[in-house]
Each structure stands twice: as structure tokens, then as C-alpha cells.
Design a protein around this ligand. Structure first.
Ligand code: CDP
Length: 221
């Protein structure tokens, strides 16, 4: 049983995916971390993330099961991730790991939640539930700015907006697995929702697709 949660940067999909996984007692894979790890590995060697050979070599040589999320969440690493992400060899090197996780979720869990950009379209096109989380660019920039300040990173709102637009453009306009909702995805616009409202709306989407699943998860926990 697979729940695909896709969407643009700072749409709230990460938090939503984690909460869904906890509620359903499913395993969770943040696929953005994989692309971030590739970007960070290239930056660490002083390489250029836009250079396909360097990025593909980094993707092939990474141990994807042992990533430390904290340094990978830095904004500069997110930018590098969106630069390596259009490179088809990078995407191919990461695809197997994602599909294996979905097919055999670790810890013997009955299902998996995967959060990313192309889960519903490319990685798991047969996922039982597909949610495309979105929000206006301004709402997402406000959230990201707040998150960066809370983490102690320097942040200027105008720059966050500009970088977010750049990242949106790179993610949406690339030829390989561009960011877009799968035809059978339910679009969840969280512009006017807080995290709790978005979570409740997502539970309703899961329940509509798989009646009884959320109730069963609650009673078997
Ligand atoms: O947390 P945030 O939404 O800012 O970024 P992320 O989900 O960690 O992803 C970082 C970058 O990796 C994105 O901007 C995409 O370019 C890329 N990515 C992707 O191409 N495909 C995925 N399934 C996940 C991330």
C-alpha cells in the first residue's frame, strides 16, 4: 500500500507525509533528501552540481540508507539538489532505492508514504493514494522564511521568494520527471490551511480512496 505525496518546495508536504505515516503506521521516505545528498556530495568535493558526470558519479557512490538529514536541510543544499535533479543519470541512480523502499517498506510495515516531486508520476505510478500538495508562491515563501529563521539560518524574505521561483521553474520545466500532478492525484491547496487542517484534509483523501484504512490504523496502533 503506497501513499504518494508530491508538491513544490515548502508546500507543507514533508510535515504532512510524516504525520500521515505516523497515523497509518507506515514507513516514510523523504525522497528530497536523496537529491539533497547528491547535491551536498558534489559541493563537498568542490565540483559543479550542474556537471552531469560529477553529479551522476556522486549519486551512484552514495550510501542512501545512511543519510544525516540535518546538514542536508540547509538552503544551499536544496538549491544544489534542484540543479542535480534534472540530470537523467542522477534520477536513474536514485530510482531503484525508492522503488525498493516502496515495495518492501523497512520494519515490516504494511505500507509506505513517499514524499517528493515525481512519486505519483514516475516512481510509483500505481500508488493507491496520490496527493499533490500545493500553496501559493507567497504562502510557501513565508513558511520557508520562517523555518529558516527558526533554524538560525540568515534569511531575507525577498531572496527566499526569488530562490523559490527559481527552484519552482527548474523543477517544473525540466524534461526528466517534471513537477506536475499525476492525472489521478488529488490536489490539496494548503494556502489557507494550517498544518492540522492540511493533515485532516489528507486523512479524508486517504479515507475516500481506501475506506476503513485510517480507522484500522487507529485501532491496531
Ligand atoms: O524541502 P523542499 O521541498 O524545499 O525540497 P526537497 O523536497 O528536499 O527537494 C529538494 C530538490 O530535490 C527539489 O527542488 C527537486 O529539484 C529535487 N527532487 C526531485 O527532483 N524529485 C524528488 N522526488 C524529490 C526532490
Amino acid at each position: 500500500m503506497i501513499v504518494a505525496v508530491d508538491g513544490p518546495s515548502a508546500s507543507g508536504k514533508g510535515t504532512l507525509a510524516r504525520r500521515l505515516a505516523a497515523a497509518l503506521d507506515f514507513a516514510i521516505l523523504d525522497t528530497g533528501l536523496l537529491y539533497r545528498a547528491v547535491g551536498a556530495a558534489v559541493l563537498a568535493t568542490g565540483g559543479d552540481p550542474a556537471e552531469p558526470a560529477a553529479a551522476a558519479a556522486a549519486a551512484r557512490n552514495l550510501d542512501l540508507t545512511a543519510l544525516d538529514p540535518t546538514p542536508l536541510r540547509r538552503e544551499a543544499v536544496g538549491q544544489a539538489a534542484s540543479v542535480v535533479a534534472p540530470i537523467p543519470e542522477v534520477r536513474a541512480a536514485l530510482l531503484d532505492h525508492q522503488r525498493r523502499f516502496a515495495a518492501a517498506p523497512p520494519g515490516g510495515k504494511a505500507g509506505a508514504v513517499l514524499d517528493g516531486r515525481d512519486i505519483g508520476t514516475v516512481v510509483c505510478p500505481r500508488a493507491e493514494v496520490k496527493i499533490f500538495v500545493t500553496a501559493s508562491a507567497e504562502a510557501r515563501a513565508r513558511r520557508r522564511h520562517k523555518e529558516l529563521l527558526e533554524r538560525g539560518e540568515a534569511s531575507i524574505y525577498a531572496r527566499v521568494v526569488a530562490e523559490m521561483r527559481g527552484r519552482d521553474r527548474r523543477d517544473s520545466e525540466r524534461a526528466a520527471a517534471p513537477l506536475r500532478p499525476a492525472p489521478d492525484a488529488v490536489v490539496l491547496d494548503t494556502t489557507e490551511m494550517d498544518a492540522e487542517e492540511a493533515f485532516q484534509a489528507a486523512l479524508e483523501i486517504v479515507e475516500a480512496k481506501c475506506p476503513g484504512l485510517t480507522a484500522r490504523a487507529r485501532t491496531t496502533k
